[in-house]
Design a protein around this ligand. Structure first.
Ligand SMILES: *[C@@H]1O[C@H](CO)[C@@H](O)[C@H](O)[C@H]1NC(C)=O
Ligand SMILES: *[C@@H]1O[C@H](CO)[C@@H](O)[C@H](O)[C@H]1NC(C)=O
Ligand SMILES: *[C@@H]1O[C@H](CO)[C@@H](O)[C@H](O)[C@H]1NC(C)=O
Ligand SMILES: *[C@@H]1O[C@H](CO)[C@@H](O)[C@H](O)[C@H]1NC(C)=O
Ligand SMILES: *[C@@H]1O[C@H](CO)[C@@H](O)[C@H](O)[C@H]1NC(C)=O
Ligand SMILES: *[C@@H]1O[C@H](CO)[C@@H](O)[C@H](O)[C@H]1NC(C)=O
Ligand SMILES: *[C@@H]1O[C@H](CO)[C@@H](O)[C@H](O)[C@H]1NC(C)=O
Length: 557
């Protein structure tokens, strides 16, 4: 008895559900707020969550999801006037990664639920490579495309299109909605994560297919985004299925449907937002902000331009501050101020900073960062090979070596050698002559200036190119101080501190710098120890040989 009763119950329920399905079909309409209680046919990875959310794809690559209303609708194509339909649904496309949601979704009307041959990616689970574009497809689709595919001539990566038998849209438009309030179109991000409502209406009388979008909660805009002339009687068959599809490609999104209503015989009922399942959370602001392809392209372009500019600036700066490490530098030791710092110190070797023209090049005033130490910089082009080598040889010899006139007791460079070098440098700048004799019969600069001093006309030793444009007293001071610093006896040279006091005018220079009279008359000193650089001036041939315990150097002409 009990068993029979139960089977009658089952039968009643079975007949009732058949009846209600038949009813729905007869009425040519359905409305779903969430999909928990529905019997949609799903394929691919489509699934219905317990809260009623229909998920067509997740974020796995190259996936498809379809949801079909299980029964076909009757479209009487011999009566084109009656071929109207209306549908609206709410969708959410949520992409995790910054702006690369994909591929998109579609609403479709087609003759068969067998879509196994359709492919993912840009084909949106609607077509494959061999049937795309064939009139035998009998497919009408409205695509919500979030990836620009050049193969199907997409206009951008955020558009809506009307497709007839092909993914190459008959008409498409960038996603926007018409704001009734503001009276203008407002941009919309399909893959922005926020739920969006779409309305698709076809009227067999005027044969226009209208597509309208708006963010969920905003009433249907007065103006459709697309209003495409189409004669559905030439496309559809008498019996057609309606459904929704979505696909992912290399770009992926979670693609959801929250609610859906469809009507074959009148305006689709609007959805009640309060009955819709909780929409999936849109990506967080900031890091997960969704950008469309155009933005990404312009971002990439900006980055490329910036990198190019950066590289160009780097190359120019590198070139500007390029250091030429001459082979002689290795031999003379590591003391160097970077060219960049010298460049900065002299404000880029500006003419304004030019203070003289020495033997082989121009001399500039400068302030050496970071202490702003006042310096004079002699610029010698490294192309003037002989001149360069000679100049450097002089400087190095002055700095480190011992001249027969020292132009040393310990054999080590001391502060007095620096003072000597400074003296020679002052003379060189003031006189515009090289400090050391290079030609047979030429006098060393110190001897040369001393001659003027002896004649009581030291001022005449000044560089004629200065054309007398200087304060005579200062020139005299520099020349005399130069000689003083170059005194043959290191002990009688002033200290650097004294030099500064003289230059500042705080202390008067002694009238006859001690030892200056004997400059030029050789003061023989003890032979240097073996490991000390020595310097010989060979009468008539002018070559310099220095010898240290670890290097052997010959500089000459
Ligand atoms: C997507 O769904 C398929 C089928 O349910 C599953 O195998 C896959 O792991 C899912 N991918 C993600 C990223 O959740
Ligand atoms: C289809 O339309 C034609 C023309 O209006 C009509 O004669 C025919 O009965 C219709 N067929 C059905 C099945 O409704
Ligand atoms: C494309 O789809 C059609 C229709 O489903 C099928 O007949 C055909 O074999 C498919 N072609 C390829 C290359 O998958
Ligand atoms: C637009 O649709 C018609 C059918 O109404 C079709 O024949 C035509 O090829 C389509 N045009 C494009 C550009 O897809
Ligand atoms: C489509 O839009 C046009 C222009 O707004 C309108 O005239 C027409 O009635 C609309 N058709 C449908 C079916 O909504
Ligand atoms: C379909 O249209 C008819 C006529 O306008 C209306 O009475 C009915 O409520 C609609 N049904 C749905 C589900 O939209
Ligand atoms: C995200 O940004 C929008 C506008 O930029 C703002 O209205 C919204 O409150 C922000 N949401 C969060 C969670 O910060």
């Amino acid at each position: 008895m009990a068993a029979a009763h139960r089977s009658i119950n089952f039968l009643v329920i079975f007949i009732l559900s058949l009846f209600s399905l038949a009813l729905a079909q007869d009425e040519n309409q359905f409305i779903y707020h969430g999909f928990s209680e529905t019997k949609l046919d799903l394929d691919g990875i489509a699934k219905i969550h317990s809260n009623g959310l229909l998920q067509l794809t997740n974020t796995s690559e190259l996936k498809i999801g379809h949801a079909f209303y299980p029964f076909p609708f009757k479209f009487n194509i011999s009566s084109p006037q009656s071929l109207s339909f209306s549908t609206t649904f709410v969708f959410g496309i949520v992409s995790k990664t910054l702006n690369f949601g994909g591929n998109g979704m579609s609403f479709f009307i087609l003759p068969s639920k067998n879509m196994r041959e359709a492919v993912a990616g840009p084909y949106l689970g609607l077509f494959n490579l061999s049937n795309n574009g064939l009139p035998t497809n009998h497919i009408l689709a409205v695509e919500l495309d979030t990836v620009q595919s050049s193969e199907v001539k997409d206009i951008n990566g955020n558009h809506v299109g009307v497709d007839v038998n092909s993914l190459q849209s008959n008409e498409s438009a960038a996603a926007t909605y018409f704001s009734n309030k503001e009276g203008k179109n407002i941009g919309l991000q399909l893959a922005g994560g926020d739920p969006i409502q779409i309305w698709i209406d076809y009227n067999g009388a005027d044969k226009f297919l209208n597509v309208t979008l708006a963010p969920l909660g905003i009433p249907k805009p007065n103006r459709p985004l697309l209003s495409t002339p189409i004669d559905l009687s030439k496309i559809l068959l008498d019996s057609m299925y309606v459904g929704l599809s979505a696909s992912t490609g290399t770009r992926v999104s979670d693609q959801y449907i929250l609610g859906w209503s469809f009507n074959r015989s009148g305006q689709a009922q609007n959805l009640d937002i309060s009955k819709l399942p909780q929409s999936p959370s849109p990506p967080k602001n900031g890091s997960n902000k969704v950008l469309d392809r155009a933005t990404v392209v312009s971002l990439i372009a900006t980055v490329v331009v910036l990198i190019t500019i950066g590289a160009a600036v780097y190359i120019v700066r590198k070139k500007k501050y390029e250091e030429v490490n001459e082979d002689w530098e290795k031999e003379y030791g590591p003391h160097r101020i970077s060219y960049k710092n010298l460049y900065k110190a002299t404000k880029g070797f500006k003419d304004k900073e030019l203070i003289g023209q020495g033997g082989f090049g121009k001399v500039y005033r400068g302030a050496l960062p970071p202490s702003n130490l006042q310096i004079a910089v002699k610029r010698v082009t490294h192309d003037s090979v002989g001149g360069m080598r000679q100049f450097v040889a002089e400087i190095v010899l002055m700095r480190r070596l011992r001249h027969r006139n020292l132009l040393l007791k310990t054999g080590k460079a001391t502060t007095s050698t620096d003072v000597f070098a400074f003296g020679a440098f002052m003379l060189e700048v003031a006189c515009g002559r090289r400090p050391m004799a290079m030609e047979p019969g030429e006098k060393d600069l110190v001897d040369w200036v001393t001659d003027f001093l002896k004649r009581g006309a030291i001022i005449d030793a000044s560089d004629p190119r200065l054309e007398g444009i200087y304060v005579e007293k200062e020139m005299e001071l520099v020349l005399k101080l130069g000689l003083y610093c170059s005194d043959s006896n290191p002990e009688t040279r002033p200290s650097m501190k004294q030099v500064i006091q003289y230059l500042d005018g705080g202390t008067m220079l002694p009238n006859t710098p001690p030892g200056s009279i004997v400059i030029g008359e050789f003061t023989t000193r003890n032979e240097p120890p073996d490991n000390v650089v020595s310097f010989h001036s060979l009468v008539g041939s002018s070559s310099y040989t220095t010898t240290t315990n670890d290097s052997n150097l010959t500089v000459g002409r």
